[in-house]
Every structure is written in structure tokens, then in C-alpha cells.
Design a protein around this ligand. Sequence first.
Ligand code: GLY
Length: 322
Amino acid sequence: MTKVLLIGNGAREHAIAEAIKRSGCDPRLYSYMKTNNPGIASLSHDLRLGNYDDLAAICTFAKDAGIEFAIIGPEDPLQNGVVDALSEAGFPSVGPTRSLARLETSKIFTRRLLEKYSIPGNPRFKVFDTPHAILDFLKTLEEGSVIKPDGLTGGKGVMVQGDHFSTPEEALLLCETILKTGAPVLVEERLDGEEFSLQCFCDGKTVVATPAVQDHKRRFEGDSGPNTGGMGSYSYPDRSLPFLIPSDIEDGVEITRKISEALFKETGELYKGIMYGGFMATKEGVKLLEYNARFGDPEAMNVLPLIKSDFIEVCRAISKVH
Ligand code: GLY
């Protein structure tokens, strides 16, 4: 029997729960959820409801159940250090430590990582701690700008010229609002192209990609309305996306491989979990919008049912302590 702890209660975690239950490793699922998802509950041998910052409750549940490993669905518990807490309690995880989860929780960390290790994919960007010089930089961004606060924003913190503001002067006001909270602000050039989500398994040394998916960001049909955290996602029946060429995927995978190496050099830790790159295929090649340290929600639903390998075997290989 293989006892697995799953943290999270969304559609993504329901897809993960189903992948676990499809395994031939005699799975027994234990679920820790913030609010009850009846679909996940129906697949679970046992469950607990609780907050994602209650690391003691999560570790107690893991101990009581005697799990082999945990898989973490959403970003909040990763930011709270649930993988570190479970590791101290003797349980490996599919999911990065708090330090490695900065790949998602700090956009500035990731931009600087690419820059430091000469990894392609960064747009032009600058980080500002004060308003001084922001306007000068904004005026150099002829294709428009994007303003990003540094931390987790639930997919709603990024402000794009044309959608949220019109002029460099308006962008400066938004930057000043962020700076007043005491946080730095990331200013980037606006990219033009087609976005794709590339979710990769990573054991810290090897990166294996799942098929690319597109997350539909606009609220209304016909690509109209405001940008959202994601309205739904899709790929073609043959698992392709019609606007991508094979080298776009290869470039996204190569960037992700280089990131996993850079993370090890930077922190001395192996990244064990999912690296989900949000990329844009542009005229100048593939650019990185951001990384997430987990499966996409809902993109997990597109790829997990396609995986022919035994999902528990994949997770076991990732979470194994080297
Ligand atoms: N679908 C976007 C995300 O999971 O962040």
C-alpha cells in the first residue's frame, strides 16, 4: 500500500487525486484541505480540514497516517514552508522548500536568477526601491510596460499597459503605490505574442515536460474583457498548440533545465516538484513571463489524465531523498 498526503482543495488537486488513485501502487489517499471538496473527499481514505499555515496540524496528520510522501497543490503552503516542516518531520514531498519556492513567490528573485546565470528568456526589466529613475526607464519601453509587485498576488497583481494603465506617467503612479507598502517594484517591457503553460516534473537534476497548454486569460469570449487569473485551459486533441513551433517547447524546456541547475548553484538544494513556466512565444523567441512552483490550476486537468506512466512512481522518484 502507498499512503500519499495531498494538500489542497481545488480542481487542480482533484485532478492530482484522480492521478494518484489511477496508480497501480495500491494507493491510499489522505487529503488536507482548507475547505471540503466533495470530489476529493470521495477519493480519500481520510481527510482533515484546516488552514495552510497550520504546519503542525499538517505534520500531525502525516504522522498519524504514516504517509510515504506528500504532494502539495497550491502555492500558499509552499510559501509557508510546508515542505520544510514535513521534511523535518521525516516526510519527503513533491514540492519545493520555501527557499526554492521563491521561483514563484518572488518574481524579482526569478528575474535576477535568469540574469545572474545568463539564462535566456528575460524581457528588459529593472527593479526599483524608490520612484527615482522609474519614469526614465518606462520611457525607454517603446512597446509598453508591465508593473509587478514582488510577492504572491493570486494572479491578479500584474498590471499591463493598455489594460490597467495607458501612459508612463500612470505607470509611475502605480509603482509609487506599491513602493509605499515598503516593497520593491518590478518594471518590465510588455511582450507581445501567444502565452503557453509548460508544466515540468523536476527531481532537482532531471526535467521532464508535460504537453504545453494555453490558459485563457481574458474574461469574455473573442479574447475580450479584462485579464484574469485564468478562465480555463486547452490544447489540441493531438496535445499541440497551433501557434507554437516545436522549437518553442524545446526552448521552454531548456530554460527550465537551466533554472533547475541555477537553483542548485544558488541555494545548494535540489528542486523537487513541478516547475510551471508561463512563457510567451514572441517574434524575438520564447520569453519567460513567470514561474509557478506547482501545477497550474486548471492546467493540471489537461495534462494529468494524459500521463501513461504510473503517477505514484513519478512522484516517488521525484521525492526520493538523494
Ligand atoms: N492557471 C494559472 C495558474 O495556475 O497560475
